[in-house]
Design a protein around this ligand. Structure first.
Ligand code: MLT
Length: 397
C-alpha cells in the first residue's frame, strides 16, 4: 500500500487538538485551577427553543409510519434550501433554492469542494488562515500558496500584482483567525481579479451573522459578478449554535461555469457519490432558524457574543495589548507582548491566568507572535476570563 504523501506532510497535530492536549496536561498537574476557555470558537449553547421544538416534532414524525423519512435528497430538503435562498436574497444576495446544497457543517464542504480542482492545482490562502483548509489542500494533492495577511495590510490582503499562476482563492470574511472584514470595494476587487484570471473563489461566510453594519457585505453574492466566479459556504454553527448538531450549506450558482462545465452539475454528481445527505431531524431544526421565533432567538445569542467581543476588546486595550478584530467578528487577534512566541504566550496565560486561548502560529507561519481570543462562551465565564487576563498581564509589567 502506498500512503497519501499529502496526509503524511501535515503538521503533527491540528492546532485545536494540540491546545486540548496541552490544556489537559496542565489540568492533570493543577486540578485546582478552573480554566476559562477563550480558545476554540465553540458556542456555549443551548440550541434555541424554536430549533429544539422543530427537532422534537421531526423526531415524532420519524417515529410514525406515515410520516417517516428514509434517505433524503443528497443536496438537502427543498424546505431548507428555500429558506436559505430566500434569506440571502432578502439581504441583497440573490440566490435560488436549486443553488443551495445542504451539508453537515462548513468544514466538510470547505475540504470537499476542493474535489472540483484537479490535483496539483494551486490555491491561494491567506496566512494566517483557518487551518483545516490548508490541511485539506495537502490531503487532496493541491498546492497551497501563501498570501500574507499582516499588520501592513490590516490583515486584509488584496489580490497580488501580475498574472497569477493560480486556480482558486480561499477567502474568509469576517476572517478566522484575525477577525478582519472585507468591505464592498475590497471584495469587488477580488471578484474582478477572479473573473479576469478565471479563478474560483471559495468564500467562507461562516461568521457573516456577526456583521451588523449593512454597509459591509455578508455574502459575496452582494457583489456584482460573483455568481460567475464564487462558491459561498455558510454554516448554522455560529449562527444558531449548531457546532454539535452539524448543518451548513454551500451555494453553487447556476452561472458558475468553468470550461463549459456548470460546477453545480459537477458538484451534484460528486455529492451523489459521496453522501446521503444530512439527517431530516437536523434539517428541520435548521429550517426553524428562519421562523420569526428562530430569528429573534438566534439574534439574541449573536448579540450576546458580540457583547462578549466588545468586553474582550476593552480588556485587551486596558492590558495595553495591540489587537485587531472583535467588531463584526467573534475573534480578536492579539500581538503577543514582549516578543513572546505564540506558544510561549499560551503557556504564560495558562500558568498565570488559567485562561486558554489559541496560539496564532497554529493558523500559519505568519501567525507566529500572535494569539487568538474567541468571544464565544458564557458571558459570566468570559468576564472572569477577562479579569484573570488583566491580572496575568501585571506579571509582565
Ligand atoms: C475555530 O475556533 O476556529 C472554529 O471553531 C473551528 C471550526 O469551526 O472548526
Amino acid at each position: 500500500m502506498r500512503l497519501n504523501s499529502g496526509l503524511l506532510s501535515l503538521e503533527e497535530a491540528y492546532v485545536f487538538a494540540e491546545v486540548r492536549q496541552r490544556t489537559q496536561r496542565f489540568s492533570a498537574g493543577r486540578p485546582e485551577v478552573k480554566l476559562i476557555s477563550l480558545g476554540i470558537g465553540d458556542v456555549p449553547g443551548p440550541l434555541c427553543p424554536a430549533v429544539t421544538r422543530a427537532m422534537r416534532r421531526a423526531v415524532k414524525e420519524q417515529g410514525r409510519q406515515k410520516s417517516f423519512h428514509g434517505y433524503g435528497p443528497e443536496q438537502g430538503y427543498p424546505f431548507l434550501r428555500q429558506q436559505i435562498a430566500a434569506s440571502l436574497t432578502a439581504t441583497g444576495a440573490p440566490v435560488q433554492p436549486r443553488e443551495v446544497f445542504i451539508n453537515d457543517g462548513a468544514k466538510t464542504d470547505l475540504g470537499g469542494l476542493l474535489d472540483l480542482l484537479e490535483p496539483g492545482s494551486r490555491v491561494l490562502l491567506c496566512d494566517p488562515t483557518y487551518p483545516a483548509v490548508w490541511d485539506d489542500c495537502l490531503i487532496r494533492g493541491l498546492e497551497p500558496v501563501r498570501l500574507p495577511a499582516d499588520e501592513g495590510n490590516d490583515f486584509l490582503p488584496m489580490p497580488p500584482p501580475g498574472k497569477p499562476d493560480l486556480d482558486a482563492v480561499y477567502l474568509c470574511s469576517p476572517a478566522n483567525p484575525t477577525g478582519a472584514v472585507y468591505n464592498r470595494a475590497q471584495l469587488s476587487a477580488w471578484v474582478e481579479y477572479a473573473r479576469a484570471n478565471e479563478l474560483l473563489i471559495l468564500f467562507d461566510a461562516a461568521y457573516a451573522p456577526f456583521i451588523s453594519d449593512p454597509a459591509l457585505p455578508r455574502s459575496i453574492y452582494e457583489i456584482p459578478g460573483a455568481h460567475r466566479c464564487a462558491i459561498e459556504i455558510g454554516s448554522f454553527s455560529k449562527l444558531a449554535g449548531f457546532t454539535g448538531t452539524r448543518c451548513g450549506y454551500a451555494i453553487l450558482p447556476c452561472e458558475l461555469i468553468v470550461r463549459g462545465y456548470p460546477l453545480q452539475t459537477l458538484w451534484a454528481r460528486r455529492q451523489s457519490a459521496r453522501t446521503n445527505g444530512v439527517s431530516y431531524v437536523v434539517q428541520c431544526g435548521a429550517a426553524a432558524v428562519y421562523s420569526p421565533a428562530g430569528r429573534r432567538q438566534t439574534a439574541k445569542s449573536i448579540a450576546r457574543i458580540s457583547e462578549n467581543a466588545a468586553l474582550l476588546a476593552e480588556t485587551l486595550k486596558a492590558a495595553g495589548l495591540s489587537y485587531w478584530g472583535g467588531r463584526h467578528s467573534p475573534y480578536l487577534w492579539v500581538k503577543c507582548p514582549r516578543g513572546l512566541s505564540s506558544w510561549a504566550f499560551f503557556d504564560f496565560l495558562l500558568e498565570y491566568g488559567g485562561v486558554v486561548g489559541t496560539p496564532g502560529v497554529g493558523f500559519g507561519a505568519a501567525g507566529e507572535g500572535y494569539f487568538r481570543f474567541s468571544a464565544f462562551g458564557d458571558p459570566a465565564q468570559l468576564q472572569i476570563g477577562c479579569n484573570r487576563l488583566l491580572r496575568a498581564m501585571d506579571y509582565l509589567r
